[in-house]
Design a protein around this ligand. Sequence first.
Ligand code: S3P
Length: 443
Amino acid sequence: MRATRCCKSNTAITDEDKSMDVKVGAAKQVRGSVRTAGDKSVSHRYAMLAGLAEGTSEFENFSSSADCASTLGCMSAMGARVRREGNRVEVDGVAGALREPQGALDCGNSGSTMRMLSGVVAAQPFTSVMIGDASLSKRPMRRVIDPLEKMGARIQSHDGCAPLTIHGAKLKAMEYQPPVASAQVKSCVLLAGLFADGETSVIEPVRTRDHTEVALRAFGCEVTRDGDRVSVRGGQKLHAVKAYVPGDLSSVTFFLCAAALFPGSSLVVDSVLLNPTRSVVLDVLAGMGVKISFLSVEEQFGELIGTMKAEGGVFQGGVIRGAQSAALIDELPAIAAIAPYSAKGVEIRDAAELRVKESDRIAAVVRNLRAMGAEVEELPDGMVIPGGQRLHGAEVESFDDHRIAMAFAIAALRADGETTIKDAQSVAVSFPEFFEALGKVVE
Ligand code: S3P
């Protein structure tokens, strides 16, 4: 592979200067196999529920992401005992009795940690302060503050953003219809509902990933779904589990997009999450020309896990809109970054949520694509990217956003010349092994 890693000023990375620029050159083919650490969304939920449960939970292949380390850190600050050896994690739960944290709960870069855990701490008999890094401190938190206040918590924020000071209270059950399609908001309310009197329901405007519902059941709770309504009864106890966390499908998406770029490419992806609320990306990429076949599929703790093969054909492109955009929200940067190489182009609409992720992902993708010489039209809720384009290597920004850094490492594989991804260390937020894994499959 012509990809080389280097640091700013070509020196070793030190603790004082973690910034790292990565150079990625053009490739000819993508071949081999990929197996990633556990899914980030599933690992977050397992860490939270294991911390609350009675007994010791054990996880194999837990996410290696910095985000999930933030969740484990918060749970341990509230009394859960966490032991970790690589991707094997053991958590002694507090059997429902969290301890008041001594300092602020540091959520790092992780919106999932802050939003989902706010539902848990809102129900505790103490006050918690949740903080995050510069990016997380700009992201909208009213979407969780509003429902939690309706349930009885008192929350101070900085104009709807972190730091959040959450005065826990005895919560009232409620029925809530979130104004945005967000699994994080749904999860926040359901987790709060676990501690409320009576039954709490969330009516989803658009179906979002259901890992919280699936994980709650795995830990012994009853969760019901009736159409768009998901409900949980308060006062249920959680029991420890021993589980293998399926590989992260959103991380794997970067490799599938790499395979899409080269007719004749062939990748086997081992032990990956195939939950239908997440695997929409497979349908979309298949519709765009990537041949996807499944070698095995099984269910573990309610989550589907399997081995699949992806082979590149002619990458056609297409339109992504409506519920599909919501279901693909984490995968859209990768698809957009390779869109100029498609035959017919890619149009993405109804994805305004991209603007409030770790970075404004619409602006970031548009800026980087243009730096590589692409034509692209920016829309308030998406972008239109014509196909059949030839891109050149350039210096692109990661915008301190892991998915932007990875998306442009993939776009670089088909560009003429070398691309430098600035501050690529941000990949550690979800996929610290990304560049190493990419190096193994790119020829
Ligand atoms: C996540 C839900 C999504 C996604 C995020 C993880 C989750 O956010 O973008 O990376 O684990 O529930 P929203 O629910 O806010 O769309």
